[in-house]
Design a protein around this ligand. Structure first.
Ligand code: GLU
Length: 431
């Protein structure tokens, strides 16, 4: 038998070693789990190579009659435990290595909360704010057609992510269904209710962030009713998480998005801020907070910090200045491994993305099950099941961290990678 290289960071040739970005972070996280996998580490290389990568050209006609070409991606990182699952991101900075990392984090996340899914992710390199509604619809439909060869209700199920929402999911579902010749509601999750969407899906990621935050606060002896909160990103995840913490008595003292950074030690009114963002699209111009410099956000005196925007926000540069007692990662990949180490040294607890933001995909799973059975559940039932899954998964990961004396991130990777590689081993190599 030819031997397989087990060298750390063996890179596929399509990646430029100097431009690894988030994929490089993911590889370091995988390396940290290797010593805890026993004989399963034989399969570890599997996790360092996405199973399937698709890059597509997405040409559309713009409103002014010209033609524009955009780059689209869908990466299926691993399907050992079930179909690929993960969102689609529209952002001007999307790259292949970013989508690769996001797809890998989906594999880990889905296994961490024990959903019967592998991991996948997609994206288009476009700033959707520059598109009209018609252009947005055309780019979504063309992209869906192009990735239609690898997605499907039992193959790979997209969902919302940064800058995609229910409306985009409705177009994706319709495009796939028209091409197939029959309505396939289960091909995407995060759909509008009228098209087989699930109650509670929109709030699910934020609710999951709150649920694990509550459980961790208990361990730390931190009273949420007295806690001060700082949130980066005020979209689907950050705004809902902030709302739930504030409903539990916490104060939102700082918030940051692409437009501004607002600070108010007396607490910002979350409902009013949500209404402001709904009408203007961003937090800038909200009257009741003081506008501070973006870098100052990380130095704000608070108890709980929730990065809920993009990757690589907490770095060596700002980690030494963070004053929170815990960081709950609503975003995917917001903390670099170097920053992780600094926070650990400073005894700031980090609840990693692959655990903290799993609430969204958990209710996506419920949506997919409901679509398959054409039987829909009440919101109470969905929220109760979500909270149960998040609490149990968090307790298991907390215990694993205690047993091995590792961070919650490495503990989550231990639990998840063990599950993925067990499935991999049981299935065996074929053909
Ligand atoms: N985009 C979300 C995430 O990063 C949800 C994915 C899904 O529901 O499939 O977890």
């Amino acid at each position: 038998m030819t031997s397989v290289s087990h060298a750390p960071h063996s890179l596929p040739s399509y990646l430029n070693p100097d431009e690894l970005g988030p994929w490089g972070i993911y590889l370091q996280q995988v390396d940290r789990v290797a010593p805890y996998l026993g004989s399963l580490s034989r399969w570890l290389e599997t996790l360092k190579r996405p199973k399937r990568l698709l890059i597509v050209d997405v040409p559309i006609q713009m409103d002014n009659g010209t033609m524009a070409h955009f780059e689209g991606y869908r990466v299926q990182h691993n399907t050992s435990r079930g179909p690929g699952k993960g969102g689609v991101r529209f952002h001007q900075d999307v790259t292949l290595s970013e989508v690769m990392a996001l797809s890998a984090w989906m594999s880990v996340k889905n296994a961490a909360v024990n959903l019967p899914f592998g991991g996948a992710k997609g994206g288009i390199r476009v700033d959707p704010r520059q598109l009209s509604v018609g252009e947005l619809e055309r780019i979504t439909r063309r992209y869906t057609s192009e990735i239609g060869v690898i997605i499907g209700p039992t193959k790979d199920i997209p969902a919302p992510d940064v800058n995609t929402d229910e409306r985009v999911m409705a177009w994706m579902m319709d495009t796939y269904s028209m091409n197939e010749g029959s309505t396939a509601t289960g091909v995407v999750t995060g759909k509008p209710l009228a098209l087989g969407g699930s109650l509670g899906r929109r709030e699910a990621t934020g609710r999951g962030v709150f649920t694990v935050g509550e459980a961790a606060a208990n361990h730390l002896g931190l009273d949420i009713a007295q806690a001060r909160l700082a949130v980066q990103g005020f979209g689907n995840v950050g705004a809902i998480a902030a709302q739930l913490f504030v409903e539990a008595g916490a104060k939102l003292v700082a918030v940051q998005d692409h437009s501004d950074t607002l600070y108010n030690p007396a607490g910002l009114n979350v409902a009013q801020l949500q209404a402001h963002v709904k009408s203007t699209g961003a937090i800038a111009g909200f009257a009741s907070g003081e506008s501070i410099k973006p870098a100052q956000f990380w130095e704000v005196d608070c108890d709980i910090l929730i990065p809920a925007a993009l990757e690589q926000q907490i770095t060596e540069a700002n980690a030494p200045k963070i004053r929170a007692r815990m960081v709950i990662e609503g975003a995917n990949g917001p903390t670099t491994p170097q920053a992780d180490d600094i926070l650990a040294e400073r005894q700031i607890l980090v609840i990693p993305d692959v655990m903290a933001n799993a609430g969204g995909v958990t209710v996506s799973y419920f949506e997919w099950v409901q679509d398959f059975s054409s039987f829909f559940w009440s919101e109470e039932e969905i929220n109760a099941r979500l909270v149960k899954i998040m609490r149990e998964a968090f307790a298991h990961i907390w215990q694993t961290a205690q047993t091995h004396q590792v961070s919650l991130r490495t503990a989550t990777f231990i639990v998840a990678c063990t599950r993925i590689l067990q499935a991999r081993q049981l299935r065996g190599l074929y053909p």
